[in-house]
Design a protein. Structure first.
Length: 89
């Protein structure tokens, strides 16, 4: 259980770091993205471990990655203007 928690936290940290490096213009500050990624990974590992009841480390880490990516994706902002113009313009 401890190995799952540490591994999922490291995966969440790596995913959040990669997201802040790849999409800095679409994400808020790294001070918000990194804890969100780590917390999402830990929550995903907890849910997967609870659902599978010690189903194995790879399955738990996959659940951690999925929930971490989903959590960080909720922080994304639109890239820019959507290209629509108002009727009065």
């Amino acid at each position: 259980m401890l190995l799952e928690a540490i591994s999922s936290a490291i995966l969440g940290l790596a995913l959040a770091w990669a997201a802040t490096r790849r999409l800095p213009h679409r994400l808020p500050s790294p001070a918000m993205v990194v804890p969100t990624g780590v917390a999402g990974a830990l929550f995903g590992a907890f849910v997967t471990h609870s659902a599978l009841d010690a189903g194995g480390l790879p399955a738990v880490l996959l659940g951690a990655v999925i929930v971490s990516v989903a959590s960080v994706s909720l922080l994304l902002r639109p890239a820019g203007r959507l290209g629509r113009r108002s009727a009065t313009a």
